[in-house]
Ligand binder design. Sequence first.
Ligand code: ASP
Length: 326
Amino acid sequence: MKSTIFKLGFCIAASACSLLASAQTWPTKTITWVVPFAAGGPTDAMARSIADRVSKNVGQGIIIENVGGAGGTIGATKAARASPDGYTFLVGHLGYMAAAPSLYPKLAYDPIKDFDAVFRFPDTPMVLLVPTSSPHKSAADLIAFAQKTPGRVTFGHAGVGSTSHLVAAMFTNKAGIDVTTVPYRGAAPAMNDLIGGMVDAMFDQTNTALPQVQSGRVRAIAITSQHPIAQFPGVAALAEKTLPSFEASTWYGLYAPKGTPTDVINKLHQAYVKALTDSAWTKQMADQGVRLLSDGQYAPAEFSKHTAAEVARWRQVTTEAKITLE
Ligand code: ASP
């Protein structure tokens, strides 16, 4: 018995030692970031843009692995079970890293116990979009129509518990309307159907909505930031008069499976901080309506605190807005 315990203790120590040793030479091979949505959506686009810069700064390639489904929880489960060796990470957002524990009764991972925060991405507000053929020119028009036709208006979203779903649920709840929601494996396939007029509306993040709006493929009728933003001229903030105090934006960032060496987390964070000193890049993000944060907010400890606070906050939001798995 004694020797079994001793061997076990020795093994645990040995594996910790080998992780520590490899952290010193890290990275010696390609790194994977799991994005739990289809390629081409806002999370994917932001992750690729950041991975590209971080990869140059750490001197190794970063592959984006798209593992879509169930509002991001499938990809998050996969990342939670990955080896904490510094070569697999999760791009996580408020849906599956904060709201999911309140929504999914049997979530296969715990956002706090199974992950360590690495760094936070800049926040991104959302835009309410309709097809260009839609008769609705404002959120008030859409709400008035939905009030007359309960259940008829369809809202595309990126899966149960995704940001586009949560914001749509908060919107319909606050507006007192009954709509039909249509889940996809990410915002990109939902956007395709919106452009084709297969769904009537959708909330998308500004970074991917902007090019579609500018090219005239969809129409923006409202924005979820507190005030209108220059990149979407003529588009009113929902909070202005339609739904006072309605404000929502996506936060997201990089997480490591619990047990990933702290050295690796710090090196990745430093590589990101260095990337953020490129003002041409940060301007490019700001030009997409993305909200840059203060330096401290990007850091692992701050992001970790933020995640824990958000898990608690979403418990309340999901109850108040009566958001369920449907
Ligand atoms: N983050 C998006 C959402 O939750 C989905 C995506 O990036 O494809 O709506």
